[in-house]
Design a protein around this ligand. Structure first.
Ligand SMILES: C[S@@+](CC[C@H](N)C(=O)[O-])C[C@H]1O[C@@H](n2cnc3c(N)ncnc32)[C@H](O)[C@@H]1O
Length: 198
């Protein structure tokens, strides 16, 4: 009787330890972005933001877009919405392994593995020249350095759409209000950037 009680207690202690360790390991990727130079935490896009991105894209041009990239793709919602809206391919770049595996699993189970791809990569080191549609839901402090990176890499006829925060230059088009606002910049605007004083 006493032996059975001891073994149950031991089982609970082990469960507590492994459960706690497992939970900590899962949480680490969500905490570490706060320690980076450009702290970019995981905040998923709202339904309104998603609608604004693709309405803006349609309003701006009727040209069929070929390949969208979402910089910091989180659970992949912008990537999945892109193919839903008729883009033939979309790719998500994300540092958080948990989110990358989650998005890959969703792509696999929904039969979209070939058209929705998720790469574990650092957006600052990733070559953006092969995408004609670049989306970012970033933070204020990263907008100017990212604009510099894009001005060197952006391909002709590509567009960049930013959510919630805009680049410190005039945009080509914008829609939405407050936290759901989105801005569109074409490649010429990005290359001929004239940084506005804050
Ligand atoms: C504001 S969330 C946006 C998520 C998604 N794009 C959406 O709209 O639902 C920013 C994402 O960028 C990721 N991230 C932060 N720094 C990154 C980096 N250097 N390279 C790639 N992804 C990064 C975060 O893990 C987070 O998931």
């Amino acid at each position: 009787m006493q032996e059975e009680k001891d073994s149950k207690t031991f089982g609970r202690i082990l469960l507590g330890i492994f459960g706690g360790v497992g939970l900590t390991v899962l949480c680490i990727p969500f905490v570490t972005p706060a320690l980076r130079r450009h702290a970019l935490p995981y905040v998923p896009a709202t339904r309104e933001q998603l609608d604004n991105i693709f309405n803006l894209l349609k309003q701006y041009s009727t040209k069929q877009r070929r390949h969208l990239v979402d910089l910091g793709s989180g659970d992949g919602r912008i990537v999945f919405e892109a193919v839903q809206q008729g883009l033939p391919r979309a790719t998500g770049i994300e540092l958080n392994r948990v989110l990358v595996y989650y998005a890959r699993l969703k792509a696999l189970t929904s039969g979209q593995r070939k058209i929705c791809q998720f790469k574990r990569a650092n957006l600052w080191k990733y070559d953006l020249s092969k995408y004609d549609t670049i989306v970012l839901f970033g933070v204020d402090t990263m907008m100017e350095p990212l604009l510099k990176k894009l001005s060197k890499e952006i391909a002709d006829e590509s567009v960049v759409i930013t959510c919630r925060y805009q680049f410190p230059i005039n945009c080509d088009r914008t829609i939405g209000e407050g936290i759901d606002a989105v801005w569109l910049y074409n490649s010429q605007t990005i290359r001929n950037q004239k940084i506005l004083e804050k």
